[in-house]
Design a protein around this ligand. Structure first.
Ligand SMILES: Cc1ncc(COP(=O)(O)O)c(C=O)c1O
Length: 446
């Protein structure tokens, strides 16, 4: 049972809007916003049950298999499973050595986690405005926001359409900045033939319930091609646990690290497995690790989901293209723009409206679409600097006008997942067409 207090704004769930969009207000919906972004069948059910009978239920053979498969899929040298995209990005933030006062340039059009991980380490999110066609961070504004304190750029491949990565990587190279790709929406996406998570220094993926693939509702993955980062990720993801093979981490190879109050063994000595604590702990570059491990049931399901990834993305794309075709020439309504450099995985389908052409507001559009046409739209994302915690830090509320206009006046996301039927698609297209006509009749008398 959820605790209802001043902070609680969600439905009857423990996670608020991170676990349900159910409204329970009596509105009869034709197409509700589902919280399951994927398809599970017998394969996932069997894999989960099989994993449950293993000796270890965490970070075992299934996790290794999932990581290997994921690295192959994303075209990266390494992939490391974690509990979520948020924790994956936290690991990367520590790995990038973001320290108090360091600035990280980030998009405001993202789930708040992309900035929270910077704030957690004392870093300063600096927001760059978005491109009004793709809703992704605008490389020109990134360049404008660079100062001597800038240490990294965090991009988000919004809705599954990748950021224009070439200019981002050029800027990073020129100013010696690290790049994190927040690939929460982008499993299966690519840019100029390169997969999400393979272009920046690291990628972070989400397998939350809504995402293109899901590992039982939560899960994450970190990708990198960098050997040194690979060690750091393993160290920071799991208790600053330094495998014994990493002797090169020690400046003095004879460090007396195996102690029980007194020195018992030197690291280079042969040891028994129980001596003295099975593993050693050392902060990575001054940062202590966490417990962000993935369990075996999730990893086993993740393997099955990867087998389905091409099919899942193909279904999303087919549905999206039918919607786009259905929304041609609807006055005041813009279907999704697809950047020809990108293979869009359509995690989201974002419709934009032109309030002037409609004579009514985006909010009125969503209201009519929901209450009269039975189609549930959802907004992503309130500019991060508008959250109270950041407002209190003094962020200028008008700093990214295109992100503000996008969130408050232009966008909404319609239901998008691979189980949508042709009837659902028709209902959504008809609903949007009817809503446009109703608003124009009401306001423009057209
Ligand atoms: C763009 C973006 N980044 C990060 C996250 C955080 O992902 P997770 O829930 O796996 O921590 C999300 C989740 O919704 C997201 O949409």
């Amino acid at each position: 049972m959820a605790i209802k207090d001043d902070h609680y704004t969600g439905g009857e769930t423990e996670g608020g809007i991170t676990s349900s969009y159910a409204t329970n207000d009596g509105v009869k919906l034709k197409v509700a916003y589902s919280f399951m972004g994927s398809i599970y069948d017998e394969a996932e059910r069997k894999a989960a049950l099989d994993a449950m009978s293993q000796d270890s239920l965490t970070m075992g053979p299934k996790t290794i298999e999932f990581q290997d498969k994921f690295a192959k899929m994303s075209g990266t040298k390494y992939a490391f499973a974690a509990t979520s995209c948020t924790t994956s990005m936290h690991v990367v933030t520590q790995l990038f050595d973001i320290r108090p006062g360091d600035e990280v340039i980030v998009t405001p059009n993202t789930f708040v986690a992309t900035s929270l991980v910077i704030l957690k380490e004392g870093g300063v999110p600096v927001f760059a405005d978005i491109d009004p066609r793709t809703f992704n961070i605008d490389p020109n504004d990134v360049e404008r926001k660079i100062t001597p304190k800038t240490k990294a750029i965090y991009v988000v491949h919004y809705a599954g359409q990748m950021v224009d990565m070439d200019p981002i990587m050029e800027i990073a190279k020129k100013h010696n900045l690290k790049v994190l790709e927040d690939c929460a929406h982008a499993t299966g996406s690519s840019y100029k033939g390169r997969k999400a998570g393979s272009i920046g220094d690291c990628g972070a993926f989400s397998f939350h319930s809504l995402k293109n693939i899901t590992t039982c509702g939560e899960g994450g993955m970190i990708t990198t091609n960098n050997d040194e980062y690979a060690k750091g990720i393993q160290n920071l993801r799991c208790m600053s646990n330094m495998p014994q093979t990493w002797n090169d981490q020690l400046t003095d190879k004879n460090d007396p690290v195996w102690t029980f109050g007194k020195i018992v063994k030197r690291r280079t000595d042969p040891i028994q497995y129980w001596m003295p604590a099975h593993f050693d702990v050392i902060p990575w570059n001054g940062h202590w690790g966490s417990n962000y491990r993935m369990n075996e049931i999730q990893a086993a399901v993740g393997c099955c989901q990867l087998d389905k990834l091409d099919m899942l993305v193909a279904k999303r794309r087919e549905i999206a293209h039918k919607i786009t075709a259905g929304l041609q020439d609807v006055p005041g309504v813009e279907p999704v723009y697809e950047d020809p450099n990108c293979f869009h995985s359509f995690h989201l389908y974002t419709v934009c409206v032109d309030e002037k052409a409609l004579g009514g507001s985006r909010d009125e559009f969503m209201q009519v679409l929901y209450q009269e046409e039975g189609v549930q739209g959802i907004l992503h994302y309130q500019p991060t600097y508008h959250f109270t915690g950041l407002k209190r830090m003094g962020y200028d509320p008008d700093q990214c006008p295109r992100a503000n206009e996008f969130f408050y006046n232009r966008e909404f996301n319609i239901p998008m997942h691979p189980r949508l039927t042709d009837q659902d698609i028709q209902d959504m297209v008809d609903g949007i067409r009817n809503t446009s006509a109703k608003l124009r009749k009401r306001h423009c008398k057209a």
